[in-house]
Design a protein around this ligand. Structure first.
Ligand SMILES: Cc1cc2nc3c(=O)[nH]c(=O)nc-3n(C[C@H](O)[C@H](O)[C@H](O)COP(=O)(O)OP(=O)(O)OC[C@H]3O[C@@H](n4cnc5c(N)ncnc54)[C@H](O)[C@@H]3O)c2cc1C
Length: 312
């Protein structure tokens, strides 16, 4: 398996599917403060409050109603309704178009079937259009990459502004970047947060980095709208250099970072004239998201494991 670097990090991502670990983490007293760092809160109001505050400081926002990997029709229906409701709220509060939504297609029914995900995603896209804002489809693990790209292709036939995500850790990404670097195409490039087998993903950090640099070059040279999603100072620098080199105007690309991570750099980048969007997760189903954030940072993992081990 490859994925977020360090053995401990990979172990966390792999172990996060264990029901026992989930229960221990969810119950641990230390969890609440860690969750608060990365998640805006459990209610729609919490997401709106965070969005209003970020938009007030000149940043854009992508709100994500947490939830993923479900086949439960009731959960899928509720997830779709929650995102539609958030879009109406953004319009009512005057927060669109600065604030959009991100969706995970497995929350909208991808694991049940293509047509279920597509119907629900159409409902979200229609609500976004009415609100005057956009939708970006997150990318999940590699067993779902083709199905996600297929649904996005279909959605774009109806609404070309629908955004898609590519993960530099995947061997296929450079080729996908070439296919998607066309006019009007909003593409978020990230490193990738899922544990993947070496057959599909680069095993070393250096190879993932090289893939990120190559794919970003393709997107920046292309006709689309690159969304540079990283906290890594080297790729923020590269993004800024490529913007300059290709003479891109501030409305033809953006930088993206996650809520709670490098907030000072988010403002500094915006201060240098770049469009910066913050990905803001909210909702009750924060477990999987939290585990991926912990896995990205060995220091967070060590701290968390120690706290869990010493709880009485
Ligand atoms: C806006 C956005 C959307 C994303 N969407 C997706 C998606 O759809 N699919 C997907 O697979 N992945 C997604 N990701 C996650 C991404 O794939 C990476 O896992 C994540 O961004 C960490 O990689 P990095 O480029 O920030 O570099 P890293 O090398 O991980 O981090 C660089 C530096 O950033 C800081 N940092 C990074 N992570 C943390 C953290 N958790 N806690 C504290 N500090 C940290 C540290 O200073 C670190 O040294 C998204 C990321 C962003 C920013």
């Amino acid at each position: 398996m490859t994925g977020p670097s360090s053995l401990a990090a990979r172990a966390i991502v792999a172990a996060s599917s264990s029901a026992r670990l989930k229960e221990a983490v969810t119950r641990a007293p230390v969890t609440r403060s860690v969750v608060e760092r990365f998640v805006a809160g459990e209610a729609e109001d919490d997401g709106v409050r965070a969005a209003r505050s970020l938009a007030g400081s000149g940043l854009r926002v992508s709100l994500d109603h947490l939830g993923e990997f479900t086949s439960d029709p009731e959960v899928i229906r509720a997830a779709t309704a929650a995102t539609v409701s958030m879009l109406r709220r953004l319009a009512a509060e005057g927060l669109a178009p600065a604030c959009e939504v991100s969706v995970k297609l497995t929350a909208l029914g991808l694991d049940v079937g293509r047509s279920v995900a597509l119907d629900n995603a159409y409902a979200v896209v229609a609500a976004a259009r009415e609100a005057g804002t956009t939708v970006t489809c997150d990318m999940e693990d590699s067993t779902r990459t083709d199905r996600t790209l297929d649904v996005v292709r279909e959605l774009r036939a109806e609404e070309p502004s629908v955004g898609v995500v590519l993960q530099a850790m995947l061997r296929r990404t450079e080729s996908d970047a070439r296919d998607l670097a066309h006019a009007g195409s909003r593409v978020r490039l990230c490193k990738g947060a899922y544990a993947e087998p070496e057959s599909v993903a680069f095993p070393s950090r250096a190879e993932v980095d090289a893939s990120y640099a190559r794919s970003l070059g393709i997107l920046m040279r292309g006709q689309g709208y690159p969304m540079v999603a990283t906290h890594d100072p080297r790729f923020v620098d590269l993004g800024e250099r490529l913007v300059k080199e290709h003479g891109r105007g501030a409305d033809t690309y953006e930088f993206q970072m996650l809520y709670g991570i490098r907030p000072g750099e988010q403002l500094a980048l915006a201060g240098r004239g770049h469009t910066v969007r913050v990905y803001v997760p909210y909702g009750k189903d924060w477990y999987g998201y939290l585990m991926r954030r912990l896995a990205e940072r060995p220091a967070n993992v060590a701290f968390f494991v120690r706290a869990l081990a010493t709880r009485s």
